[in-house]
Design a protein around this ligand. Sequence first.
Ligand code: OFO
Length: 171
Amino acid sequence: MLSEQMQNALNAQIKIEAESSQVYLAMASFAETQGFEGVSSFMYMHSDEERQHMLKFVKYVNERGGHATISELSKPPLEYGSLKEMFEELFAHEVKVSKSINDLVHISLQEQDYATHNFLQWYVAEQIEEEALARTILDKINLIGDDKGGLYLFDRDVQAITVQPSTGPAV
Ligand code: OFO
């Protein structure tokens, strides 16, 4: 059984994952309107992945006898000044998510909830990957600057990144 504090913290994370999905969906749509097909498919895929992250939490909370609650979401930014700005935002967003996963791990230890601690390990590893991927993309775009030909190739490169939807361990 989840403690009240653990359940509330997990429910807060459900909202964060759902908002991540919305943020990336908005980025996908923006990139599509700018003609960056590769970046746009990457973002659509990433948005789906975030929804999977959210669903894992929902199932886990309910499986442990809690009630996963679905909340209202804040509106994501709809426009970015440039692709670079968008990827900077993506990186900053993932750093924030990693912090909230770390906070959850901390609470699970305080509550001596080792099942939740174990469940969260998948997310800890996933955040390392997500941050690394965002950093790699950001490094590339920093090299290109505003060069149009470079951005065209960048778009194709991003398309080539195959991100398998990460669904994590069965819960
Ligand atoms: Fe759910 O990992 Fe990104 O935000």
